[in-house]
Ligand binder design. Sequence first.
Ligand SMILES: [Cu+2]
Length: 328
Amino acid sequence: MLAALGLAATGCASNEFTRLGVPEPITEQGQRVLALWQGSWVAAFAVGLLVWGLIVWSIIFHRKRSEQLPPQVRYNMPIEALYTVLPIVVIAVLFYFTARDQTYLLETDEKADANIEVVAFQWSWEFNYLDQSKAEAAEAAGGDEDADPEILFSEVGTPDQMPTLVLREGDVVHFDLHSPDVIHSFWIPAFAFKLDVVPGHDNEFQVKVNEGTAGTYMGRCAELCGADHTRMLFQVEVMEPDEYDAWYAEQQEAAEAEQAEQAAAEAGAEGGEQQGDAEASTEGEGGQAEGAGTEGADEEAQGQDASDGGEQDAAARDEESEEEEAGR
Ligand SMILES: [Cu+2]
């Protein structure tokens, strides 16, 4: 058994049994977590075997033989010292490896290939793809902590429509975690790692996504954050480099087109044109299309609906969070 666990700890065989309940990690950091987990189990089993062995040995070979009291070992200094020193040694070893790995897991020095701001809110996620990390932006601005990096494009989810976080195989990905309301926890089980998302204190971490991990994984909120906490789900899609690059270019183009549309709409409105024309120009086709008056009107109506809905949602959200606070 010990030999089997020893083998598991060295990572020679990685299957569901030897991982002891941990999902297969898809990051370099996750593998470190798995090794710590397995190593801790090896240590626990070693201590367990020793204790179980001593119990069984006493039961079998030291049964009551006579009415005479066996030799008493109270206040036996060597044994008392052993009782104290051994647990301290065990804890010190576990502490050393835990502290070592924690330091490694929270390292953010390596230059990242992708920088993503994760905004956790009641009750979904927003993923903002940034041109640089927050720390880098602050450094570039001469240490100004409020300097924000540029958002290239975003993915925003709702409790009904979970968002997808897209990553590329082999990338070093930097995450900046931000919460506008309550404490959430950003958890991707396949990372074997989670980190709290705390209002007023932005956390950060980074991972190196392993090669050959393309696929779809789940993400969750791991901190009870309110009524719809269980619906704070998201998907993680790890893409092969070519696929990711195509997707990335597409997202950037779409974001740029949207910006151009907005600029055109603003310019149109400023130009004193009819509202309908200005809205029509947000179609991004003709821009000045005079004949698109009705289409523009339709879109205006839709836009109105959408913004009304948004306001209602926000109002409902506020009410709910107030109720919750009252309930606490
Ligand atoms: Cu949450």
